[in-house]
Design a protein around this ligand. Structure first.
Ligand code: SF4
Length: 221
């Protein structure tokens, strides 16, 4: 199958959109906005992602998922209505999960691409048609693969962040706040200053946080 978007914007209203670090960086660069202007943190129970603990960040409020902020029951980047329809205002920089939607990893052996499990409630269902052209299937498979590459990188970065928070707890230090997590989401890798093995940021000192020598040591789990 393939999907022809008719700009009904149901998916932009119906789904909460998780974002990776790459998504946030792309959107911040594209819009000129700070991440806190368009990123929210929600609990796992709010978005029903029990099976994806690697997506959650350890912040003082608990484990949280970074998602696109919502306004008036829709994604914050859903534009105002023109010609009776609403469109994405950040189309060229939209998150990978929006690009791949409604496709997902294949659920059947031998398929190259599958469908998002919650995709295509009315009226989207009318927009599906059979993927006749193998190159079309491969195209969507590649879009899903690129999304998964970024998800994998994001999970690795989150693991470092979470390890760093656990270490701070062990050392009796306060955990870094949610605002710091969101700020770091939008930072280019080259300027972030996170120690690759320990997950301890060299920018801690700049934020008034003492970095004891013991924190330079990695925590093995
Ligand atoms: S970023 Fe764009 S495509 Fe994605 S949910 Fe928001 S408005 Fe829709």
């Amino acid at each position: 199958m393939t999907f022809e978007c008719d700009r009904c914007a149901r998916c932009c209203r119906h789904h909460v959109v998780p974002v990776t670090r790459e998504d946030v960086l792309r959107l911040a660069t594209h819009t000129g906005l700070e991440p806190h202007a368009f990123v929210e943190l929600c609990s796992a129970s709010d978005v029903d992602i029990d099976g994806e603990p690697e997506s959650l960040a350890d912040v003082p409020e608990g484990l949280r998922l970074a998602v696109l902020a919502r306004r008036e029951g829709a994604c914050i980047f859903l534009g105002s209505e023109t010609d009776g329809r609403r469109g994405c205002t950040v189309h060229s920089a939209r998150p990978r999960s929006c690009r791949a939607y409604p496709f997902d990893r294949p659920s059947e052996h031998g398929s190259v691409v599958g469908l998002h499990p919650e995709a295509l409630g009315p009226p989207e269902a009318g927009q599906l048609r059979v993927l006749q052209d193998p190159s079309e299937r491969l195209h969507w498979a590649e879009v899903v693969r690129q999304r998964d590459v970024e998800l994998h990188d994001h999970a690795a970065w989150l693991a470092t962040w979470n390890r760093r928070q656990r270490l701070r707890r062990l050392l009796g230090k306060r955990r870094l706040p949610s605002a710091e997590f969101v700020r770091k989401l939008g930072m280019p890798r080259t300027t972030e200053g996170v120690h690759a093995s320990s997950g301890i940021g060299s920018d801690d000192a700049a934020h008034g946080v003492d970095v004891a020598p013991a924190e330079q040591v990695d925590v093995h789990e």
